[in-house]
Design a protein around this ligand. Structure first.
Ligand code: ADP
Ligand code: MG
Length: 702
């Protein structure tokens, strides 16, 4: 465990500054909970007004404590926090938890007070958790630390939980208590003035006490670092994330296609996909998934068998499973025969297996075992509905427990039963994952199947592509020095070419004679376009002429376009001509990049051309973009068939698109001065490796 977080999760001595005998106050609750949890180290209450707290000597100040103090919990009123933290620092305390609120979450003055605390801690080599947090829990019996004020103590278990919201943390611990879900460690992050989610993720990476990580966040402290860490950690252990608080799309400059198409949740979704973490929509879902992960082995495939004593819920389960991309294969002949031997004639022994209402606890146990033994089955969902004729659902579960426990595949129990059943769940030793509704079980299983598949796939491969970075830097630097803005077309194509993105041969011309010479250099047939920073969609203004086969046609096109542009209100001389080789028959895709205030550069891929905004069929990734990320972006668009070949058309080679995504990602990651970039279209062709960018824009930040 990194030294930075060890004092918080494994302290040997704790000072509670602001402890009191008054049970109703925060300081009273925390110290009581600390004692009640049976902390194995030493506890030093600090309060100048009380000689003892719950029969333990109380100190007037931290400096009076005769021993070393690993961790300080600060609960004093807001304006006394500074002095308290300062004293801790002088004492040499290495971990300070500030539970007190009234800092960065309220106003600018609060933010300044918060910064003071952080700076003070950093100057003394101490780390700060909070302020405005709920504290920490480590249920390991050798530590038995609960420095929180939750009304119900956390059950011990295998789950690590990081929560940005204190109130939500309390609520979750309560729900878990009720459902019999236990935690190994819990950290309330609060305002994240110093320590953030990333510090604890790193701490849990190799901690065997935390085989499953759950995280509730409202904002990422450093999304890039989170991606880097979780990409690595998710290959060792699952991370389940609830990300609330969608980012404001409006906060982004959106003058490019890419900027306009990046929706509020784009960054978080990209991060989830790239990191291979499980994203849950709600806290409920997070717990459903974490329960499955912590109680069952990972599934090896998508084939699910459903066992039930009532038809309706099994149909719900089957519908949910197939909607989520899981399969309900027929059972093997042998399994069916064995089921038939123990079930009444009216029972269905296909999949779902409906034992009908007469099934009692022994049938549930036997049939579950048979389904788990079927080699074609990767996971089983068992659904118990109305209480079987002679026994309650708890008896059914008890009869099934040994089978659940011995299962080498995920086995989930759905109990459509009352509160009485759920109220008694925590009495059971090592229960299976249990759900109230078939859909909840199906959703949790689908999430875990996805995670399992991802983990079995090769790790993300970050490819380095050669590029002339010095020359790129010079071009961008010139524009930046001139106040930023859109690059001239020749610079745009130059930058792309230097970055290794294939571009169609081009020339820039000021006069018809130059245009004709340019056309000869590019080779007929050519395209001529009017380019100016004032024109966003050239073809809309009649500023694009395709398939020009000789000098005559070029001159004619220039005259025609000049007329159209003047008519459209473009001042004479405000544009120049771009001459380009004409490449007919390509499929058009868009590759773009924009910057998100929270997620950094986002790279986009989608079907391109004129209708990109209409269909919005695009995918985003954060940077760095791994080869697999780029591949997934390309392969997951709805219109993929338009690229791979629909209705007899030849498909195009997607390789150059994947490589171009990686190259654009690297370009914008390395060159912070690129504010946004669009390549629309990149033309893709059937021949291997054949692709060219024919239209692009790059804006340099001022
Ligand atoms: P704009 O997007 O500003 O209207 P483009 O340069 O993208 O202008 O051109 C519009 C369309 O013309 C492209 O989407 C593509 O269909 C076609 N086009 C442009 N340049 C070429 C080219 N060099 N070869 C083939 N088709 C082209
Ligand atoms: Mg275009």
């Amino acid at each position: 465990m990194p030294a930075s977080v060890a004092p918080f999760l494994r302290p040997r001595s704790i000072a509670v500054i602001g402890a009191t005998n008054r049970r109703e106050s925060l300081g009273g609750k925390v110290i009581l909970r600390l004692f009640a949890a049976g902390f194995t180290g030493r506890i030093f209450p600090v309060n100048p007004k009380q000689p003892s707290i719950h029969s333990t000597k109380c100190y007037a100040s931290v400096s009076e404590i005769p021993d070393e103090v690993d961790l300080a919990i600060v609960l004093v009123p807001r304006d006394a926090c500074r002095a308290a933290v300062e004293e801790c620092c002088r004492k040499g305390v290495k971990g300070v938890v500030v539970i007190t609120a009234g800092f960065g979450e309220v106003d600018a003055a609060g933010r300044r007070r918060q910064e003071e605390l952080t700076e003070m801690c950093r100057a003394h080599g101490a780390r700060l958790l909070g302020p405005n947090c709920m504290g920490v829990i480590n249920t390991h019996p050798e530590i038995a630390l609960d420095a929180t004020f939750t009304p119900t103590p956390a059950l011990p278990g295998p789950i690590g939980f990081l929560s940005q919201s204190g109130a939500l943390g309390v609520a979750v611990l309560n729900i878990c208590q009720e459902r019999g879900i236990g935690f190994s460690q819990f950290v309330s992050l609060g305002n994240k003035a110093d320590l953030t989610e990333n510090d604890f993720l790193e701490a849990w990476e190799d901690d065997p006490e935390v085989p499953v990580i759950t995280v509730y966040l409202e904002s990422f402290s450093d999304a890039g670092r989170f991606l880097e860490l979780s990409r690595r950690i998710a290959r060792k252990k699952p991370i389940v994330l609830v990300k609330a608080g969608r980012t404001e799309a409006g906060a982004r400059a959106a003058s490019s296609h890419t900027g306009a198409l990046a929706a509020a949740d784009t960054g978080a979704e990209a991060l989830r996909r790239q990191a291979g973490i499980i994203r849950a929509a709600t806290v409920q879902e997070m717990l459903d998934v974490a329960m499955l992960l912590s109680r069952c082995p990972l599934p090896r495939g998508r084939n699910v068998a459903v066992l039930t004593n009532a038809g309706g819920p099994a149909i719900l389960a089957a519908d949910a499973l197939s909607q989520l991309g899981l399969a309900l294969p027929p059972l093997q002949e042998e399994t069916q025969a064995k089921l038939r031997a123990i079930l009444p004639r009216e029972a269905a022994v296909t999949n779902p297996v409906d034992m009908i209402a007469s099934a009692g606890p022994p049938q549930f146990a036997q049939c579950l075992q048979l389904l788990l033994d079927d080699p074609g089955v990767d996971a089983v969902i068992s659904i118990t509905v109305t209480p079987p004729l002679f026994s309650g659902p708890l008896d059914t579960l008890k009869a099934m427990l040994p089978v659940f426990k011995g299962a080498a595949k995920p086995a989930l129990g759905v109990f459509m039963a009352g509160e009485e059943f759920y109220g008694r769940l925590s009495e059971l030793p090592a229960p299976p994952p249990i759900y109230k509704l078939p859909e909840d079980a199906a959703r949790a299983l689908a999430a875990v199947v996805g995670y399992s598949e991802r983990r079995a796939a090769p790790p993300a491969e970050l490819r380095e592509h050669p590029a002339d970075r010095r020359a790129i830097g010079e071009i961008l630097g010139r524009r930046k020095a001139a106040g930023g803005g859109w690059l001239a077309p020749e610079d745009t194509f130059q930058v792309l070419a230097l970055a290794g993105v294939p571009v169609a041969p081009w020339r820039v011309a000021g006069t018809p004679e130059e245009a004709v010479a340019g056309a000869r250099a590019c080779g007929f047939p050519v395209v001529v376009k009017a380019v100016s920073s004032a024109i966003v969609h050239k073809s809309d203004l009649g500023g694009v002429a395709l398939d020009l086969r000789d000098a005559e046609q070029v001159k004619h096109a220039l005259a025609r376009m000049t007329e159209a542009l003047l008519r459209a209100g473009q001042p004479r001389g405000s544009w120049s001509w771009l001459v380009q080789a004409f490449r007919p028959g390509g499929r058009e895709v868009i590759i773009g990049a924009s910057r998100d205030p929270h997620y950094g550069p986002l790279v986009m891929f989608g079907l391109g051309g004129k209708y990109v905004e209409v269909f919005g069929d695009v995918r985003f990734s954060m940077t760095p973009v791994a080869r697999q990320d780029a591949e997934e972006m390309v392969r997951s668009i709805h219109g993929l068939a338009l690229l791979t070949g629909a209705r007899g058309e030849a498909g195009v080679d997607l390789g150059p698109a994947i490589e171009a995504i990686e190259r654009v990602a690297e370009l914008v990651r390395r060159r912070a001065e690129i504010a946004e970039l669009d390549i629309n279209p990149l033309l893709l062709f059937p021949a291997a490796g054949d692709a060219v960018a024919v239209d692009a824009r790059i804006r340099v930040a001022s």
